[in-house]
Design a protein around this ligand. Structure first.
Ligand SMILES: [Mg+2]
Length: 200
């Protein structure tokens, strides 16, 4: 990878750039209290039935009631904007690929654009509604991918055989896959990207 201008970095949004999960849990607790859902919340689970005791209707209702508020309140991860903007200034192409979709919020694209703007993140392209991130990565010639969802990471790695990083989270601590490296911060991601590019 000799020319940074030809390197595209695909980045997930929720719990890779933003800290949405914390807010999700806060409002999920509130929702369960209101709905008298007596379930011992398990923050280490990925699936909503196992973490909050929800079915699909609970999730739909929860989104209607709380999703806008919680995504708005979600803070940005430490140094995410600094490092992403630095990479962009150095010539890397930044594509944000999220499964957020318009069934959850009808103005999801502009709503998300606004959040990114409010947090001073510079990027080249925002893709929402991405259920198969490996397809978007292929279409957009992504060279390096970062996500907190192991399934997405594995699918992208299998399809493209590119460097893939899993952003650490409570719900993915037990997920392991030999070709996917776990990362804990944007400072670390930045250094690892530089290493990959300089080694090649
Ligand atoms: Mg995510």
């Amino acid at each position: 990878m000799d020319n940074k201008k030809n390197i595209t970095i695909g980045i997930d949004l929720d719990d890779t750039i933003s800290s949405s999960n914390e807010m999700f849990i806060k409002y999920a607790k509130l929702y369960n209290k209101e709905k008298k859902i007596n379930f011992k919340i398990d923050e280490t689970q990925w699936d909503l039935d196992k973490s909050f005791g929800w079915n699909d209707n609970n999730y739909k209702e929860f989104c209607k009631q709380y999703l806008r508020t919680l995504l708005n309140e979600a803070e940005i991860k430490y140094n995410a904007a600094e490092k992403i903007n630095k990479l962009k200034n150095e010539g890397y192409k930044i594509i944000i690929i999220t499964s957020r979709n318009e069934k959850e919020l009808n103005d999801m694209y502009s709503f998300t654009e606004k959040w990114l703007k409010n947090h001073n993140i510079n990027y080249d392209k925002l893709i929402i509604n991405s259920l198969q991130k490996e397809e978007e990565c292929l279409k957009n010639k992504v060279n390096i991918f970062i996500d907190d969802n192991m399934k997405n990471c594995m699918n992208v790695y299998k399809k493209l055989q590119i460097p893939v990083f899993l952003f650490d989270g409570l719900y993915n601590t037990n997920d392991k896959y030999s070709n996917i490296e776990r990362v804990y911060s944007w400072d670390e991601i930045y250094l690892k990207i530089k290493n990959i590019v300089e080694e090649n």
